[in-house]
Design a protein around this ligand. Structure first.
Ligand code: SAM
Length: 249
């Protein structure tokens, strides 16, 4: 069955890259069922207003409850053949970090709805309404510790990371297993032909045909690279020797 994905944004065109490449192909193949909605279609004034000034003062504008509530009603009313309700993901710098583990979790869901904030974000009552009246599981998810102008770029990144984990989207499922962040280590260095370029040879072990030696070299490279670039990964739950962590020879 396909994964249903609804995205609500004031810039629906921002999501047009979802027509391209592997995600676009997965949509054509019916593996991802993506629907993009314009939040302004759920306004009723001449200016199609989605924002207003913040109560309590402060800089910037806040997205209004009413268009969001109607947009969510519309998404739910459309339905989805695989689930009664979507899980609602709201991108935000104050959310839980988006990780490969969360991408895996979300790829198991039948239906995801993404609400793209702009300005200073969305009136808090939208989250309360979604949880309490609509009965949705709502997760605020951050792409990283920096601030974007809107949720659209975060949704593009999340849909790409989630979509490629949906069975059938990537032809060779093997290629998913060996990647960075799948087992707590970064990937080893990779090379292709020619074996020597501008006087730079490929590491000789890779041409040796000795599969055990190649596997050992790659494992060492992964440990060294992770220690150099992302020591936090080694010191977290994946520390060498820790349960479920990578083995060190
Ligand atoms: N005032 C908000 C705060 O300090 O948390 C930041 C609002 S930001 C300018 C506007 C929108 O961009 C957010 O509502 C969210 O949709 C999106 N956004 C910004 N940074 C993000 C991040 N790191 N991850 C996910 N979404 C982000």
């Amino acid at each position: 069955p396909a994964l249903g994905i609804d995205v609500v944004s004031i810039f629906p065109d921002y999501l047009s890259p979802l027509d391209l490449s592997l995600i676009g192909k997965a949509r054509e193949d019916g593996l991802l069922d993506v629907r993009v909605h314009d939040l302004r279609d759920f306004t009723h004034d001449r200016h199609r207003t989605v924002d207003d000034t913040p109560y309590g003062g402060g800089a910037g504008m806040v997205m209004k409850v009413q268009p969001w509530a109607e947009a969510l009603d519309h998404v739910l009313a459309q339905g989805n053949p695989y689930a009664a309700k979507p899980r609602l993901i709201v991108p935000g710098p104050g959310g839980q970090p988006f990780t490969q583990a969360l991408a895996r979790e979300l790829a198991q869901e039948p239906w995801l709805a993404f609400a793209c904030g702009r300005y200073e974000g969305i009136d808090e009552r939208v989250y309360e309404h979604a949880r309490e009246e609509l009965g949705l599981e709502v997760s605020v998810v951050s792409l990283g510790d920096y601030v974007l102008n809107g949720g659209e770029v975060a949704v593009l990144a999340m849909v790409e990371a989630i979509g490629r984990l949906v069975p059938g989207v990537i032809g060779n499922a093997e290629s998913l297993v060996e990647e960075s962040h799948e087992d707590g280590l970064l990937e080893y260095p990779i090379y292709t032909k020619p074996s020597t370029w501008a006087g730079r040879p490929v590491p000789p072990v890779l041409l040796s045909g000795n599969h055990a030696a190649i596997a050992a070299w790659r494992h060492e490279q992964r440990l060294a690279r992770t220690a150099a670039r992302r020591p936090d990964l080694l010191h977290a739950s994946h520390a060498p020797g820790a349960e479920g962590g990578p083995e060190v020879e």
